[in-house]
Write a protein that binds this ligand. Structure first.
Ligand code: HEM
Length: 553
């Protein structure tokens, strides 16, 4: 039989015909669904179709390419300014997105929204991949249980624990002071100082502090740049750009991308990915994460096996991982199941510090102080006697310093380090009178460097709301609500669990640095270059002119 006749006969078999017809229908239905979802629905049927916003754009990409080609948050800022207070914008494959600027609307879905407005799947996938699966990735009751279980055992300001055990911070901080003094050199220190890449050093000291507080692990990235953890974090930190984050979201949003992002398969083939143009960064990211996971898994094994982690001993092991291991043991011993699940303890989840969180926040505070010599001088005046009396001040002492508190609060308000959180409507409902269909994605405009909402809303903060004025915290305007007037840590059921710890660590670092050094802009006319992906990262490593404080060289 000729090949043509064979093929014809095979194709006419009933089973084969059924496949062809079925396949054809499936393709038609998929195409129709896509056409309806991405072309017809947003134009003619969506209840949001009359909400102002930029053009809908290409049905496949919406405004995704515009966001990709511009600096992070800039298109959203411009749309907010042009079309606000409610802006509609199209995401990938017909996904509708809203930017809501009214605090009343934001409050509704941030505070009440554990079930109604969870983090969307693509964000949970990205966070799961980067910081691990845990509080960031679970929703609803599972999230509620987990958070209830973890908070009192780890993140409350109780007598022992990473939030209040400031002594865990000082070894790395002292290491940094020594390195900076060596770099400045004894002679040059007094007069002109030297220009140092402040962001780079802040990242290293933060990483060392975080490894100590999160895992009880001495990473010593400050002195040993080739330490495995330092190399892994550095490779990941280097990828922290809005473009890379957008690419990752794109890959995860493709059909099957979400499942792939959670699979071991992707990790096993990470080195292969590094050879494929366009996916090279993804391979590098996976490789860095793989190394970090291996290290944290080994640490977990060691801690679980460590008999000295007794349930009643709350003093010897104060790092987050040890506390979580204890909490899990306690859950299991009381037969109540384990809310603090293996997955949380085992990965870097719930210890975002353990994830590739870079620390623009400390560098940004130094930048703001470098440009406000009076606030810097006042801070030095406050911290110097404390530091001279005891170079390792405890939590209570640090907490009692008024001007230090004002400086940190103001820095976190003006330039919040985490980029805009995202939520999705789990069901159709009204927000501030607007009917919002299920599946709509929201950007919470916390990154308010330019968006005049929340952290910089004039109604709350006054006409100088975009400026750095620590003194405003001495007498907050009446309109300010401590919970809802800044969104730096967000509030509500998904608000930051590590806020107390982050703030106390920032204060300890700043106290010691300001007692030892003076900071000034590196050159005349210098401007900040904040770039943002998951967190804020200055593009130029934030060079500042650093001088030793007289008598401290
Ligand atoms: C200045 C430093 C920090 C800032 C500005 C910050 C900010 C935030 C923000 C805005 C969120 C909400 C994100 C969203 O909903 O998409 C969040 C969540 C979270 N943060 Fe932080 N964070 C910081 C440091 C930390 C630290 C040091 C830890 C722990 C050691 C931590 C643990 C968490 C966790 C576990 C969540 C998820 C909470 C949940 O979903 O229940 N954060 N953080």
């Amino acid at each position: 039989m000729s090949p043509t006749a064979f093929l014809t006969e095979s194709l006419l078999q009933p089973r084969c015909l059924a496949w062809i017809v079925g396949g054809g229908y499936a393709i038609d239905i998929t195409l129709y669904k896509f056409f309806y979802r991405a072309v017809l629905y947003p134009r003619f049927f969506s209840p949001l179709r009359n909400v102002p916003g930029p053009p809908l754009g290409n049905p496949f990409f919406g405004q995704f390419l515009t966001i990709l080609r511009n600096k992070t948050c800039i298109p959203q800022r411009d749309w907010a300014n042009k079309y606000g207070p409610v802006v509609r914008q199209m995401g990938l494959f017909g996904e509708e997105r809203l930017i809501l600027l009214s605090p009343e609307a934001l409050q509704q879905f941030v505070v009440t929204g554990r079930l109604e407005y969870p983090r969307p799947q693509f964000i949970r996938d990205v966070m799961g991949m980067i910081v691990g699966y845990g509080l960031f990735t679970v929703t609803g009751d599972e999230h509620k249980q987990l958070r209830k279980s973890i908070t009192p055992r780890v993140f409350d300001s109780k007598p022992h624990g990473p939030c209040v055990e400031t002594d865990m911070y000082y070894e790395p901080i002292e290491g940094l002071i020594d390195i900076m003094k060596t770099k400045l050199g004894a002679d040059s220190a007094q007069e002109t100082g030297k220009i140092l890449p402040v962001y780079e050093w802040m990242c290293k000291v933060t990483l060392d502090i975080i490894c100590e507080t999160a895992f009880g692990y001495k990473s010593d990235c400050l002195h040993n740049p080739s330490a495995e953890l330092a190399v892994a974090f550095e490779s990941i930190a280097g990828l922290q750009t809005g473009l890379n984050l957008a690419k990752l979201i794109f890959v995860i949003s493709l059909p099957g991308g979400s499942r792939l992002s959670r699979s071991d398969f992707l990790f096993r083939h990470r080195l292969l990915l590094r050879r494929i143009p366009g996916l090279r960064n993804l391979g590098t990211l996976l490789d860095g994460l793989h190394r970090i996971r291996n290290i944290s898994r080994d640490l977990l094994r060691a801690k679980t096996a460590d008999l000295s982690i007794s349930l009643n001993d709350m003093t010897t092991k104060k790092d987050i991982m040890s506390l979580l291991v204890k909490a899990r043991q306690a859950d299991l011993d009381t037969g109540g199941g384990s809310d603090v699940r293996q997955s949380n303890v085992g990965s870097n989840a719930d210890v975002p510090g353990g994830g590739p969180r870079d620390d623009g926040d400390r560098a940004v505070t130094l930048w703001l102080l470098a440009n406000d010599p009076e606030s810097q001088r006042r801070l030095r005046e406050e911290v110097t006697p404390i530091y001279e009396a005891n170079p390792h001040p405890d939590y209570r002492t640090i907490k009692s310093l008024t001007w230090l508190d004002c400086v940190i609060n103001e820095s976190l308000r003006v330039l919040p380090p985490v980029s805009d959180p995202v939520r999705v409507a789990a069901k159709t409902g009204y927000i501030d009178g607007l009917l919002v269909p299920k599946g709509t994605v929201f950007n919470i405009p916390a990154r308010s460097a330019s968006i005049p909402v929340i952290n910089q809303r004039k109604e709350f903060w006054g006409d100088d709301s975009e400026e750095f004025h620590p003194a405003r915290w001495l007498d907050l305007p009446k309109a300010c609500n401590p919970t809802f007037s800044t969104y730096t840590f967000l509030s509500g059921p998904h608000g930051c669990i590590g806020k107390t710890m982050a703030v106390s660590e920032m204060k300890a670092v700043l106290l010691v640095l300001i007692a030892n050094f003076e900071f000034a802009p590196a050159y005349k006319g210098q401007i900040a270059h904040p770039a943002a992906a998951l967190t804020m990262k200055p593009e130029d490593n934030m060079p500042l002119r650093v001088t030793c404080v007289a008598g401290k060289a």
